[in-house]
Write a protein that binds this ligand. Structure first.
Ligand SMILES: NC(=O)c1ccc[n+]([C@@H]2O[C@H](COP(=O)([O-])OP(=O)(O)OC[C@H]3O[C@@H](n4cnc5c(N)ncnc54)[C@H](O)[C@@H]3O)[C@@H](O)[C@H]2O)c1
Length: 468
């Protein structure tokens, strides 16, 4: 199939690269000339596993980059809209990027096309896109609108796209459904999974995936409801972790006890400093706004958002209670991205915490495997950046673990212990085993688990203090 993907960001680039790997002819469109230039030169503007390999494999053959949306529309059977839908002041999604794409597509609809919403959009956007395209003169018989929400997670986006739990397609007639089925056929028929050069299958993948056909409105709601449910799961376990903290229980044991119930499941039961990123915060606000417009006051979502924000403040309180005063303290910060495996810092709780700690007078030395360039643009000038985790931790009064990178899980704890000023670790992601931390001489504080205070650590601290 010939496919145009409009918007070459996290979703668009991954979608385009994966469609090319499924055998389709792809034009990736963006209105950011600098980004297009970089992509044409072979640069990969985002950090995403397997994306560089796929782009290198198909660039110039099955993938082309273009700033000309009309030409890309003419040349394609389906046009996937994957531009941003950021929140407005009032919380609802800003649909102006989607609208401008719809307007521009209109003039180039000369043969039958399916215009597909890939961006996360409020319910009824499909009708608006249709109206805008018609208002700008397209023949109603020459196009259909489909909603095809994207469920990929940054950090594992390529694998998520190629090994999805399900593919949701919201369409209003068989003609559009047929185009969408053909596009996803390499996955739903299992053809892709038999290929020797397929991207490796993750353990949990059930292949081939099912294509769930729904109405366009249902597909739009499925995306918002999925994100809201996942955010709710995170806030739920964070609330439970807070109770564990106050009664001396261990949230890890609680997670095992409830997550093994097949009705609940173990995934997304990871207590921490809260969710962030470009999706959950904005999609929850948008879903709440959609509900309000429809006359339903979705107060559960407000509580999910409140718990998420409180989680950061609780962690800050923990840092204060461990270090007593913060002014002048040197903190080694590990992780700035909103989650491991990505360079995305949008709504990152790690970044918000660093800003708060700087306001409180801390001196911060931070390291992140992928997000430092982006973080440098937004963090206060006083924040220092290190070239690795050990340099960030050097002479630190405490180390704060804020993003769950695999690299941090594999740190040499003896080496880390040898560089810090005081062996204190505050773990905002429950990445380490408390017993292992004390065995390596650290006093260790995490989320919803009893503190593991190391006597050795306080002795060592006294010795170091004497020397100082
Ligand atoms: N990032 C995720 O993990 C994720 C997951 C699922 C769904 N989504 C949704 O997908 C959509 C895109 O998200 P993203 O993270 O990829 O955004 P992004 O900001 O990374 O990328 C958007 C791209 O669209 C381009 N663009 C904007 N207006 C354009 C226009 N008129 N013509 C051509 N290009 C244009 C921008 O230059 C940018 O490159 C959002 O609605 C988001 O909610 C995101």
């Amino acid at each position: 199939m010939r496919v145009a993907v409009v918007g070459s960001g996290y979703v668009g680039l991954v979608t385009g690269a994966c469609f090319a790997d499924l055998g389709h002819e792809v034009v990736l469109v963006d209105n950011d000339e600098k980004k297009l230039e970089a992509l044409r030169k072979g640069e990969v503007p985002i950090h995403e596993k397997f994306l560089p390999e796929l782009l290198a494999k198909h660039r110039g053959t099955r993938i082309k980059f273009s700033g000309d949306l009309q030409a890309a529309t003419r040349a394609s059977d389906a046009i996937f809209i994957a531009v941003g839908t950021p929140p407005t002041e009032s919380g609802d999604a800003d649909m102006s990027y989607v609208e401008s794409v719809a307007r521009e597509i209109s003039g180039a609809i000369e043969g039958y096309k399916v215009v597909v919403e890939k961006s996360t959009v409020p319910v009824y956007t499909n009708e608006w896109v249709r109206t805008i395209i018609l208002r700008n003169g397209a023949d109603p018989d020459l196009f259909d609108i489909a909603s095809n929400p994207e469920f990929l997670r940054e950090g594992t986006a390529v694998t998520d796209f190629l090994y999805p739990d399900r593919i949701v397609v919201g369409v209003e007639n068989e003609r559009a459904a047929d185009v969408m089925r053909k596009i996803y056929d390499p996955l739903t028929s299992g053809w892709y999974y038999g290929r020797a050069d397929a991207i490796p299958r993750p353990d949990r993948a059930q292949t081939p995936p099912r294509l769930i056909a729904t109405s366009a409105q249902s597909a739009e709601i499925i995306k918002h409801a999925s994100n809201a449910f996942l955010a709710m799961k995170i806030s739920f376990i964070n609330a439970v972790a807070s109770i564990c903290d106050s009664v001396g229980a261990n949230v890890q044991q609680v997670c095992e006890g409830i997550g093994t119930d097949s009705r609940i499941g173990p995934r997304f039961l990871n207590p921490g400093i809260g969710y962030g990123g470009s999706c959950f915060p904005k999609d929850l606000l948008a879903f709440r706004a959609v509900a309000k417009e429809g006359g339903y006051d979705f107060r559960l979502l407000e509580e999910v958002i409140r718990i998420n924000e409180e989680q950061r403040h609780r962690f800050l309180k923990k840092v204060r209670s461990v270090l007593w005063t913060l002014r002048g303290k040197r903190l080694g910060v590990l992780g700035l991205a909103f989650k491991g495996g990505t360079d995305d810092i949008r709504e990152s709780p790690a970044l918000l915490l660093v800003e708060e700690l700087v306001r409180e007078g801390c001196r911060i030395c931070a390291y992140d495997p992928a997000a430092m360039e982006r973080a440098k643009e937004v963090l206060p000038m006083s924040v220092e950046f290190a070239s690795d985790a050990y340099s960030a931790a050097k002479d630190a009064d405490a180390v704060l673990l804020l993003t769950e990178w695999e690299e941090f899980a594999a740190l040499d704890l003896d080496r880390l212990r040898s560089v810090v000023r005081y062996p204190i670790v505050l773990d905002g992601r429950n990445l380490y085993d408390p017993a292992a931390m004390t065995a390596h001489g650290f006093s260790y504080y995490s989320i919803g688990r009893p503190a593991a205070v190391c006597e050795e650590a306080s002795n060592g601290r006294a010795k170091k203090q004497e020397r100082a």
